[in-house]
Design a protein around this ligand. Structure first.
Ligand SMILES: [Zn+2]
Length: 354
């Protein structure tokens, strides 16, 4: 099979053993979800979850390389930066680690911590692209965190937390969707913000910083969250009763399932997603579930606390969750590809509602 190289990404060839390469989908206007390419998703995923990125820890080199990669891909795809640049840089502060207090991005907390004799600081960056819609002031934000938990140098054996399902797979899916929306050349009704969050694994820092600094959050008509969308469909109870399930025949049988969690306002959108999955004969089984505003678990928290309607795609926890075993080889690529198509259809619906 002939392989295309992304010319803007040559720098990354030196960082990983398998070069970033993929068969690009035909760039036809309105090619629809059929243009979602498994090979493209796999290429992004296998780079982001490679050992070379050292678990993409927020504030560390691996996390910064991931951010540079996402920026280069967005630029290559013709997705414009949301701000003056693709990077939304910010700092997070905490007291010394023995105090056991999480990093914060709020100016009040920062001012307080900076008066301490010693305090901790992290330099972080969200990567944010945009496709402008007819409405300049009505947004759909779709986001996935790109950071993970890094490396444990003291581990004997595999020391690298690759975070393939959590959350390189979602980043790969979102890059593919951004490419297709940009390639269509069509202006959506609402502006679409493609957000790649930093610092989720610490305290949802990137999404919190973005929403805190967005201005009036009522301009965001929906937030679509992608976090852990590529595994077999083990079905935990949603947070706060998160429990990591054991692998079992029953869970494996649930292989094509995923949670479609939504706050009440998006019941209609979630119904349309379920219908679109059936219309397009996708081999995935959505399990709609209502989520309360203010429930924790992923980057939707910052939005839902400000009453922004939220929809979350999530295939559930699994025994490799937050272990070095969360590697590219355990991802279900067919399922991930079909979920990417479902997200594409959901975004198209949501961004074009008047
Ligand atoms: Zn995650």
């Amino acid at each position: 099979m002939k392989q295309h190289f992304y010319p803007g990404l040559l720098i990354f060839f030196f960082l990983c053993s398998s070069p970033v390469s993929a068969q690009k989908p035909a760039k036809q206007p309105d090619a629809g979800p059929g243009a979602v390419s498994r090979q493209t998703i796999e290429a992004h995923l296998s780079f982001l979850a490679s050992d070379a990125l050292e678990g993409r820890e927020a504030g560390r080199n691996g996390g910064r390389v991931a951010a540079e990669y996402i920026k280069a891909v967005l630029s290559e795809y013709g997705v414009k930066p949301f701000y003056d640049t693709y990077f939304q840089r910010f700092e997070a502060y905490s007291p010394a680690r023995e105090k056991g207090i999480d990093f914060q991005v709020h100016p009040d907390s920062i001012a307080r911590y900076r008066q301490l004799p010693v305090y901790r600081r992290l330099n972080l960056q969200n990567v944010v692209g945009c496709i402008e819609g007819e409405q300049k002031d009505g947004y759909v934000v779709i986001g996935a965190h790109y950071d993970h938990v890094g490396v444990d140098d003291l581990l004997v054996g595999d020391r690298i937390y690759n975070g393939a399902d959590d959350n390189a797979a979602s980043v790969a899916a979102l890059l593919q969707i951004a490419e297709l929306f940009a390639a269509s050349g069509k202006k959506p009704v609402k502006s679409i913000v493609f957000a790649f969050w930093d610092g989720e694994e610490i305290n949802y820092l990137g999404s919190e910083y973005f929403v805190e600094n967005f201005g009036d959050p009522s301009r965001i008509k929906a937030y679509i969250n992608l976090d852990m969308i590529s595994r077999e469909g083990l079905m935990p109870v949603l947070y706060p009763q998160f429990e990591i399930p054991e692998a079992s025949a029953e869970n494996t049988a649930a292989g094509n399932q995923f949670h479609l969690a939504f706050t009440g306002e998006l019941e209609d959108l979630s119904r349309k997603t379920v219908a679109a999955i059936a219309d397009h004969h996708l081999d995935i089984a959505p399990k709609p579930v209502v989520m309360e505003h203010g429930s924790r678990g992923s980057d939707y928290l910052a939005f839902s606390l400000r009453r922004v309607p939220v929809l979350w795609f999530f295939t559930g926890l699994h025994p490799d969750y937050h272990t070095p075993g969360d590697e590219t080889g355990t991802v279900r690529l067919e399922k991930l590809t079909d979920i990417t198509k479902a997200v594409y259809l959901t975004l198209q619906q949501s961004a074009n509602e008047k």
